[in-house]
Write a protein that binds this ligand. Sequence first.
Ligand code: PEP
Length: 259
Amino acid sequence: MKTKKLIIGNWKMYPASLKDAKAKFTAIKKTAGKLANVQTVICPPLVYVSELKKLVTGHRCVVGAQNAWFETEGAFTGEVSIAMLASVGAQYVIVGHSERRATVNGCGESDELINKKVLAGVKAGMTIVLCVGERERDPDGVYLKFITEQIKEALHGVQKKDLKKIVIAYEPIWAIGKNAIHPASPDDALEVSILIKRTLADMHGKDATGIPILYGGSVDAKNAWEFLLKSQVNGLLVGRASLDPKVFGEILKSADQIK
Ligand code: PEP
């Protein structure tokens, strides 16, 4: 049986109005709804999650969140819990995005905090999209150890029965966003997707084989198919390009055609 490609749009802190968010989601859903071989997930800013959830029809295009707090409720001013997001219909939550891990202009999230979010997410029945990736590459391969450690620490304590709720997104920081130094090649992504599979196998043996691996970082309508075909990934995490329904639609259609 052919497994579906998982294509997740991370809208970051865009767009500026609910009206615009609804229009973008509706346009994306129109394309995504026709594609039997793709699972589309849109992760809008938290404030739009429940409104976009109301626009969901069927299973092909659903809503996720970009972040959440690990406690269910409590005195955490300004935070939204994973349980709250699950209760308004979010099915996926991105955890450990590099923009949240960043210590400068970010939130300084540690591997320890990310691990708490992962454990809370699986408990709430959400699918966790765990982001890992290096800031830069060094000739000695220290970045490979860095990624391995990120995975081990984030997944510490996850039980075998919950592995089906985990997705790993490889997002090299140097290839993400408008300040990307240069795009990653499909070979760069292949090297790390193999590393991730090995790391997961070391941790959980055969039980880890079904964990989807995504690539993210400057994916667009031109390069999406190459990552999907050459990098041994099960899908993509798309930032900027997911905000343009036409471009994102092209990415979804490429994914639908890949065997
Ligand atoms: C992201 O922020 O997760 C991302 C992959 O961004 P972009 O596609 O814009 O590089």
